[in-house]
Ligand binder design. Structure first.
Ligand SMILES: [Zn+2]
Length: 369
């Protein structure tokens, strides 16, 4: 994860630091001055080194709050430890060993490093409070950090799967409403595509029309290819950019549908489906932050579907017989078991199912909801 090894000052402290550097630009070396005239910044001294407090210490280190930030400096102005005598090196190393042993992390930038502000060699001793900070808090407080990269960490990809009639779209809409109400930006996706340009791309929508056209007889392989092409469109053009912006992406269906419909239903090789999906998307697509399968008892599902009335144009899969529908129903449960995907019963009311989904997202997605 991106936060590992990262350090930030808070905005206030960074501003103080920049002002200090501007003011003392031509004053020579701050550290050499300390060696000559100790101030209360100096907290320890050996024959060849000073231990000093970092006046503009970091507030965050390795994703945790910082309790204490000290530095060891050689008394002699060198830009690299290599320029110290053996005797000086031993003294310096003893300080590092002592602080490391007392629970401090150790960090030094190479000479010439762009982020090294003082040429005078110095090694940071940082003691963290051990409390992982929330990414959002660090974003708010930190003065200089790569917002784009940090925000990409904050994006979450949530997939609701399940057979027709299990209420995926209703639940996705309700989750979108919920996340927006707590101030998150939400991107809703419909696989394999949608008339709604917000939820799809034009190409994915055209591919969807071919996929849904029950009059066009096709092999399972062609179905897998069509779904894979639509997925690449949605992943590259919609989902990935939204995740990079730190949004919550909610999708009804993903490749699990293909594992079930083309794999279990049409008998297409499961490992081939996975291979093709990965080829057209990537690892992250294959491993959403949260994936939940909605499951409905057979009677309930048939009742709901019959309430929609006779479908005018039953699509490719809706028009398949009972045998196919049973394979799909069973397939979802088998895939859930094999891939460790939680199953949520969709037998309850819309609100009951919504609450169960929120619980699941909380437990599995690392999202504060
Ligand atoms: Zn110096």
């Amino acid at each position: 994860m991106m936060m590992a090894g990262s350090m930030f000052r808070s905005r206030t402290k960074e501003k103080e630091y920049i002002d200090h550097r501007k003011k003392h630009k031509s004053d020579g070396c701050d550290f050499c001055r300390l060696v000559k005239h100790h101030t209360d910044q100096v907290v320890g001294e050996t024959a060849h080194c000073l231990i000093i407090k970092n006046r503009f210490g970091y507030n965050f280190w390795d994703g945790c709050g910082v309790d204490d930030h000290l530095m060891v400096i050689p008394k002699r102005h060198v830009d690299s430890l290599a320029n110290l005598s053996d005797e000086e090196k031993i003294d310096y190393m003893n300080q590092i060993a002592k602080f490391e042993n007392n629970g401090y992390s150790i960090y030094a930038r190479a000479q010439g490093s762009k982020t090294k502000s003082m040429a005078h060699q110095h090694t940071h001793f940082i003691k963290v409070d051990g409390k992982a900070k929330k990414m959002a808090d660090i974003c708010i407080e930190a003065a200089y950090c790569d917002y784009e990269v940090m925000m990409s960490d904050a994006g979450k990809y949530i997939v609701i799967e399940g057979n027709d009639g299990t209420g995926k779209s209703t639940q996705v809409a309700k989750l979108a409403e919920y996340f927006r109400s707590i101030g998150r930006t939400v991107c809703v996706i419909e696989e394999p595509g949608s008339d709604d340009p917000e939820k799809s791309t034009p190409i994915a929508n055209e591919l969807r029309k071919v996929i849904k056209n029950g009059d066009l007889a096709r092999s399972a392989a062609v179905n897998v290819a069509l779904f894979s092409a639509a997925r690449r469109e949605l992943w590259r053009e919609k989902i990935q950019p939204a995740l990079e912006r730190g949004e919550i992406v909610l999708s009804a269906r993903n490749y699990i549908s293909t594992l079930v419909y083309q794999g279990r239903g049409e008998g297409y090789d499961e490992s081939e489906i996975l291979r093709l999906t990965k080829l057209f998307t990537d690892e992250k697509y294959l491993k959403p932050d949260v994936m939940v399968i909605l499951s409905l008892s057979r009677d309930k599902r048939e009742e709901r579907i019959s309430m929609r009335g006779e479908l005018k144009n039953p699509d490719t899969f809706e028009s398949r017989g009972q045998d196919f529908q049973k394979k799909v129903d069973d397939g979802y449960l088998e895939i859930a078991e094999a891939y460790g995907i939680p199953v949520v019963s969709a037998d309850g009311t819309i609100d009951e199912v919504h609450d169960m989904l929120i619980d699941n997202i909380k437990a599995n997605g690392g999202i504060d909801v």
